[in-house]
Design a protein around this ligand. Sequence first.
Ligand code: ZN
Length: 253
Amino acid sequence: MKNWFTVEPDVTRIMNKHFTPGRGGQRIEYITRHHLAGILTTEQTWQVWQTRQASAHYVVENSGRIGQLVWDRDTAWSNANLASNQRSIAIEHSNSGGAAADWPINDTVIREGARLAAALCWFYKLGRPQFGRNVRDHREFGQTSCPHHLANGGKYHSTWMRIAQEHFDWMTANPSGIPPTVAPIPAPAPIPEEGFLMALSDAEQRELLTKTRDIHAQLGPWAQLGQNDKGQNLTLVDAVADSRRKQGHTKEK
Ligand SMILES: [Zn+2]
C-alpha cells in the first residue's frame, strides 16, 4: 500500500465494464471480505473479470501488493446483492495454494487485507473494525462460502480482525501518519512546604497581619498602665501583674 491515510493502492487497473458508476444514492457502510479462488495479480484479475460479470474494489495479491479495480465511489459487482454492493467496499484476498492445499491464505495477505479494511474504515469514518457492523462477509449476501477460511468463525478470522483493529488504532493515534514522538515527561514541580498560612487568601493574610500588629500594640507598653520603679511604662501583662499584687492576690506583698 502506498499510503494508508489516503488509501492509495500500490497499483490501479480500473475496470472498463462489469461495475456500476455511482452508488445509487447509498453511502459506504461496511467492508465486505472475499476470497479470491486463484493466485492472481491485479492485472490477471482484471483480465478474468473481462469475461465474467464480476468485480471488486480491491485485490490483495499473494505478494501483499494491493490493487484497485473499481473506484470507491462506484458500485462493484461483488456480493451478488445490489443493496449490499451499493453500501460496501469489496476486498478480494488472494489464496496461496489452491484447492489441493485447501485454499490457504498467507500471513502477508491476511495482514495487508486487514490493514486495508482498517484504512477504509478510518478514511470513511465507519468506526473501529467490528465484524457484523462495518466488516461483513460475502456469504451473508449470496449463495457462497466466500470468503471461506477467512469468514467469521474460520481459521483466519480472528487474526484478521485483530490486525484490522490494531491498524485502525494506530491510524487513529497518528492521523498525520508520523510515528509518535515520545515527549519527555517533565519532572514534577516540588511541592512547597505548606504552613497553615498557605491555606489563607492574600486578603486573609493581610487581615491576620493587621490584627496581629494591633494586638501587639495593645499589649503596650503604655503610659496609661503606669510605670515600674525604673520609670518605664508598663505593658498590659506588667500592669495586670502589678494590679493583682496590689490587691493581695499573690504572696508577694
Ligand atoms: Zn466473494
